[in-house]
Design a protein around this ligand. Structure first.
Ligand SMILES: Nc1nc2c(ncn2[C@@H]2O[C@H](COP(=O)(O)OP(=O)(O)OP(=O)(O)O)[C@@H](O)[C@H]2O)c(=O)[nH]1
Ligand SMILES: [Mg+2]
Length: 443
């Protein structure tokens, strides 16, 4: 049996909070045709390009959220130009997440952190002070901060607030006040109305990418405002700001089967035995600190993924040991594999501890199809008697195994495969039934 594995060691991150912002739309342009014998030609300002959006898609090559940054900003659209040149749209910014990432939208923070404090850290150089000439700071790395400080401190002029850009030094004496903006540029009727929160489950790469923050619309050039009464409008529309949203990403690994057991039961040794995964194995508890994912390759090319997580102890629900936090990585597996050390005096007590902890995390976990790997069966004296007694304590099938000496591995992997396949079939039947009832029509 050959296998390969994705190592998920190191600084494994499975929950992350991020802020995403679509790019600003480019401004429309105010411009007029100028030709040799045409003094004041018709308006010919181009429209601004749309700002890029932030999107998310599944990348099967990724296995952690380690590389997810805390902020994603899509590029802005390009401003329109004279001669009816429309600005180019900003590119989309695409986040790649591992399969099994659950994305939930969060409420915006009550007071968004100012860019200055958000970017500062004890090790970073002192922030530039917004002096009069710090606006044109060109030193590498200072520009965004300087701009942010300037933004915050600047007294907002009516020109900044106006949705229009104007022709060179043309003064707006109320001419734009009565202009009815196109619907897509009007402010939302009731901004206080809550928008439904986005919630996504990124299962596999066949899924299309999903938009997290829309880019702002590009502004309209001055030809849009030309009319019989105003043939040369001296204003064009600014591009809109992109959406800004906050999300929590949670990786819930999707493995076919998940290993659960007390520390030192031999979970990692078992994963090593059934695949060529190399999680650390040692004779002390909490050797495994992060989840590992292994792939079992069967002789007929079938494959099955197996997740190894840190050991659970009594009180894990109260955050004892490494706590419940890693159970999210077995929560969605089709089959649970309890790994028990049957060389210990009372493995049935260990099973009871595990089942109680699983139940406290989510009662559904106890109803999953399961299998018991009675590990350390090579310790013959206690193991034989323990196995007999264990069999009387539970209905879950038990396979005695010696992961260390790779004994009975074939039997357990084939039984596991049967279980996974029947669990998948059952899940499909349930899904089909749910589909039928939802499309049923009353006659
Ligand atoms: N005799 C015997 N020892 C075993 C067997 N399987 C594992 N061990 C030993 O048990 C100890 C713990 O094994 P691990 O695989 O690290 O146990 P674990 O369940 O992954 O432990 P944590 O990662 O701490 O939760 C190691 O010293 C292994 O060599 C077995 O089948 N027989
Ligand atoms: Mg381990």
């Amino acid at each position: 049996m050959l296998s390969n594995v994705t190592n998920k060691g190191g600084n494994f991150i499975d929950v992350k909070r991020i802020m995403v912002r679509g790019g600003k739309g480019g401004n429309g342009c105010v411009s007029f045709l100028r030709e040799k014998y045409v003094d004041v030609g018709p308006p010919n300002g181009g429209n601004g390009g749309r700002g890029g959006s932030v999107r998310v898609c599944v990348d099967p090559q990724e296995s952690t959220l380690n590389y997810i940054q805390s902020q994603y900003r899509a590029p802005a659209g390009i401003n329109g130009a004279g001669k009816s040149k429309h600005g180019a749209n900003g590119d989309d910014c695409v986040l790649r997440v591992p399969p099994g990432t659950v994305i939930r939208e969060l409420d915006p923070p009550s007071k968004p952190p100012t860019p200055v404090t958000a970017l500062s850290s004890s090790s970073s150089p002192p922030l530039p002070v917004a002096t009069e000439d710090s606006n044109d700071v060109t030193v590498k790395g200072f520009r965004p901060w300087a701009a942010a400080i300037a933004d915050e401190q600047a007294t907002v002029s009516p020109k900044t607030l106006s949705p229009f850009v104007y022709y060179s030094d043309w003064e707006d004496l109320g001419e734009t006040a009565n202009i009815r903006l196109p619907p897509q540029f009007r402010p939302r009727r009731d901004p206080a109305l809550p928008t439904p929160k986005l919630s996504l489950d990124m299962l596999d790469s066949s899924q299309d990418s999903v938009e997290l923050a829309k880019g702002g619309l590009g502004g309209l050039g001055n030809p849009y405002f030309a009319s019989s009464t105003n043939r040369s409008p001296k204003y064009a529309l600014k591009g809109l700001m992109g959406e800004q949203r906050w999300f929590e990403l949670e990786l819930k690994t999707i493995a076919d089967a998940g290993l659960v057991g007390l520390p030192n039961a031999g979970k990692s040794t078992f994963l090593r035995a059934v695949s060529n995964a190399h999680p650390k194995v040692a004779p002390y508890p909490f050797t495994t600190l992060n989840p590992y994912l292994g792939t079992i390759d069967y002789d007929d090319r079938a494959q099955l993924t197996l997740a190894d997580i840190p050991g659970l102890i009594a009180g894990a629900h109260a955050n004892h040991g490494l706590g419940h936090q890693f159970l999210r990585h077995v929560e969605r597996s089709h089959v649970l594999v309890y790994v028990l050390d049957i060389g210990k005096p009372s493995p049935w007590d260990d099973l009871a501890i595990l089942q109680r902890e699983l139940e406290l995390y989510s009662a559904d976990l106890l109803h999953k199809p399961a299998l018991i790997v009675g590990n350390k069966a090579d310790l013959t004296v206690p193991a034989k008697d323990n196995l007999k007694r264990l069999q009387t304590c539970t209905d879950i099938p038990i396979v005695p195994v010696s992961a260390l000496h790779r004994k009975n591995i074939h039997k357990v992997t084939y039984l596991l495969r049967d279980k996974v396949e029947s669990a998948k079939k059952q899940q499909q039947q349930v899904a089909a039934l749910a589909d039928d009832t939802s499309t049923a029509v009353d006659i």
